[in-house]
Design a protein. Structure first.
Length: 570
């Protein structure tokens, strides 16, 4: 009895020592990741028939008829299977189905499932359904640990009316983001997109394209290399100098935001709007356009460019606004407002003013508040200047209020001058052929000797109206009614006759080139046009009644008429 107790104690000590020497269990590494500590075995739930074939496949249990497995919350069904219990995996054949929760399902003709890596490799007629999205392919590996499906032999994703295809890609069922690469195509009823790389979020229907991409919608086309597009809201965010084209019009900018539903676009940073039909361009650091109303606005170093002629016209203003009237009708016309600090440059003509309005209905451009126009050696100014265009060239000009025309002569010292209340000029193919001055016309003119091109003298004239007829920019004939004038030899010109009272030469304001239009230079103090006080109607007042008179006489004070000009003699 004592010997038996001794043997029991020795065995107990050996067993206890063996447990003490056994190291603690660690998580078992299985290939590329660590298996979970919970039960990771694949369980066979049902099969109509179970058999073995020790010659053909000795490691597999051969299952036929309504086969069902379960593994970590997933249920798998198929017509038949080979179950490799030792490696915790199986092959599934025919009508393979995998269900994970209520939102994810996978269908295929064949699948291999590794329970250790939780990887399902589905082949042939594969369909991955997640919520309302469906992914079709012939080869898909679905990683249940990371909830990502990979396809590599072409795939098609259908989501909310959009169809997305590519050569290969992946879909994350957790983040609901799909990544498509190589020959990417996204199509829905509104647009068609091609790209090299595209990220698509099925949760908010947001597409992000990377690399050379083209988006076509009706007549509109967008080229971009970095853009976001919401297929539900039809809203685009374009970056990296993306280009939008629509019926001969294009917009490019550092960033462009386009709302297709509302028809509005907003662009920032080095924006260029080009109308190739009308040969115009609008640039700036900020632009806005509403295609439904035809309203557009540009600001921040805004420039309007007309390249319809041989030499382009560049015009800068603080802000440009375009208003479209009777849009989508045959009587459509537009008004362009430019304000403030308007400066324009073309090789043959330059201009400055405070604000400007162009009306395409009558092709009239009106310049307001101290407008000045230069052409070669001529300067024209007034309170308001109207320029009428025909076939993109000047047809007629009208200067209203305090009109002054100055021509600098070749010696740069003498100036021909005409002032009047208003002036009109008529053009043919861009060349002036007739000019007319009306009311209070004053003229300082230096006749030229044709034989040696020397100045004969100074001709000072005052009249009520004058018409000049020109040919090849040279005066051919002058007509005026009764006039009073004097021709002074150059040696006898009175000092006060060299310049008219309102003479001013604003060469220091004139734009020098297309880059100088950004440099605003105001008139020197005191040289601005002063508003002319309009002549008021005479006032009526009562004259005191004479003594002993019972009658009251109504007397009218009328301004004394101006004294007629006396003839000027040499």
């Amino acid at each position: 009895m004592q010997k038996r107790n001794t043997l029991f104690i020795i065995v107990a000590l050996i067993v206890g020592l063996s447990f003490a020497m056994t190291p603690p269990q660690k998580k078992r590494k299985t290939g590329r990741r660590t298996a979970k500590t919970e039960d990771n075995r694949v369980y066979l739930v049902h099969a109509d028939v179970l058999s073995y074939d020790q010659y053909k496949n000795p490691d597999a249990q051969i299952l036929d008829g309504h086969v069902q497995f379960r593994h970590n919350g997933a249920k798998l069904f198929c017509d038949s299977a080979h179950f490799y219990e030792a490696s915790n995996s199986f092959e599934a054949f025919g009508h393979v189905k995998m269900f994970q929760g209520d939102t994810l399902s996978l269908f295929s003709d064949y699948a291999y499932y590794d329970g250790n890596d939780q990887m399902a490799m589905a082949r042939f007629n594969v369909v991955l359904k997640h919520r309302k999205s469906k992914l079709y392919t012939d080869s898909l590996n679905f990683d249940r640990l990371y909830n990502i499906g990979y396809f590599f032999e072409g795939g098609k994703l259908i989501d909310n009316g959009s169809v997305l295809t590519s050569d290969w890609g992946e879909y994350d069922t957790k983040t609901r983001i799909a990544v498509f690469n190589y020959d990417v195509r996204l199509r829905n009823k509104k647009f068609y997109l091609t790209s090299d790389t595209l990220y698509y979020n099925t949760g908010n229907s947001l597409a992000h394209v990377v690399g050379p991409s083209n988006i076509t919608s009706g007549n509109s086309h967008i080229y971009t290399e970095n853009a976001f597009y919401n297929t539900n809201k039809e809203y685009s965010e374009l970056f990296g100098r993306s280009v939008m084209n629509d019926k001969g019009k294009s917009v490019v900018g550092d960033s462009v935001y386009y709302d297709s539903k509302n028809g509005t676009s907003e662009a920032f940073g080095n924006v260029i709007f080009t109308d190739s039909v009308n040969k115009t361009m609008l640039t700036g650091d900020y632009c806005w356009y509403d295609e439904n109303t035809g309203y557009a606005m540009a600001t921040k170093r805004a420039v309007a460019i007309d390249f319809s002629q041989k030499d382009s016209l560049f015009m800068h203003a603080d802000t440009f606004k375009i208003f479209t009237h009777n849009i989508n009708t045959d009587s459509v016309y537009r008004k362009i407002h430019a304000f403030n600090h308007v400066r324009a440059y073309r090789v043959d003509v330059q201009a400055v003013c405070d604000s400007l309005v162009y009306n395409s209905k009558d092709s009239c451009m009106t310049m307001y508040r101290d407008p000045i126009v230069w052409n070669v050696n001529q300067q024209l100014l007034g309170e308001e200047i109207q320029v009428f265009m025909k076939d993109s060239t000047i047809h007629r000009a009208h200067v209203i209020g305090q009109a002054l025309s100055i021509e600098q002569m070749a010696d740069s010292i003498h100036f021909n001058q005409i002032s009047s209340k208003e002036m009109l000029a008529y053009f043919e193919k861009g060349e002036i052929y007739e000019a007319e001055s009306k009311d209070n016309v004053q003229i300082v003119y230096y006749p030229i000797d044709d034989s040696d091109s020397t100045i004969i003298g100074l001709n000072y004239t005052e009249t009520t109206q004058m018409r000049m007829f020109l040919e090849n920019r040279k005066m051919k004939k002058i007509w005026m009614p009764k006039a009073e004038g004097t021709l002074y030899p150059l040696s006898q010109v009175p000092p006060d006759k060299y310049f008219l009272p309102n003479y001013a030469w604003f060469d220091y304001i004139r734009p020098l080139n297309k880059d100088d239009i950004f440099n605003w230079r105001a008139k020197k103090g005191g040289t601005e046009l002063k508003p002319e006080k309009r002549r008021e109607a005479p006032l009526q007042h009562l004259k005191p009644a004479q003594q002993n008179s019972t009658a009251t006489t109504l007397q009218t004070d009328v301004s004394t008429p101006s004294t007629p000009l006396t003839p000027l003699t040499p």
